[in-house]
Design a binder for this molecule. Sequence first.
Ligand SMILES: C[S@@+](CC[C@H](N)C(=O)[O-])C[C@H]1O[C@@H](n2cnc3c(N)ncnc32)[C@H](O)[C@@H]1O
Length: 247
Amino acid sequence: MQTLTAQSRNEIETTRRYSARYAFHDLVVRPLLSGSSKTLRRSIFDILERLDGPIRSIIDISAGDDPLIAELGELFDAEIYLANDICIESLYKLRHYIPLSGRFIGTNFDALNLPENLPCFDLAIAKNVIHHMTSGREMEQLLSNLDRVSKNILVVDIEDPACGSWQGRAWKFYYSCFLHDQGHRFVRQQEFRDIINQYFLSSTIYFKTTHTSKGTFMLALISRTIETKGSHILQTTPFHRFSVARF
Ligand SMILES: C[S@@+](CC[C@H](N)C(=O)[O-])C[C@H]1O[C@@H](n2cnc3c(N)ncnc32)[C@H](O)[C@@H]1O
């Protein structure tokens, strides 16, 4: 049984309490955002071209209902791709977008406290989650968990809408006040770069910025050549022991 922080409990409760609003969002608003999502996807695929070596295993530590993990799994022909989120309802939604495959696993852990026995992945994704960290300590815990569970890491987040366009501010208002999204700690580009540079001192880091109608997205790819445990470990690890949702 994992111990959840107050923020993590909020994440779970909000999605449950406002489930009707999230259903409206999925049906009506999400299609309006498809242009912005496509632009960001292209940017993500571009930056990932810099990766060296095979990507056989991928983890998205806060996948929500975003099928990016499956798209990357297919792109890299990964042997295993794992979608994690603290909110199980989001993972159930994600299941509808992803074809059943023995290579796809869903887990329901707090990304600040991932299990010690999680094997090392070739690539970890942390998309739109750093603005959900409520303190410097949580940010550090998140980065330390990412550091531990993966060789390469892709961090993506939206730049603080307060310093962006009126559309960006309007979207922020919609997400915070209508959907009650629990992510409030947005950072500006310089702070984003400082956080990543300071934490991953001895790694090669690529930064990229992408402008969309929803706002400016900041991407950082942390690329390392260190030897990992390799995918053979993944194949032999009994995932079901700590996976509450194996799809
Ligand atoms: C803004 S959504 C982003 C979802 C998806 N990555 C995307 O880009 O569409 C943030 C997600 O982070 C998840 N999350 C927040 N804190 C978390 C934590 N401590 N551990 C795991 N997931 C977390 C939330 O449940 C939510 O699904």
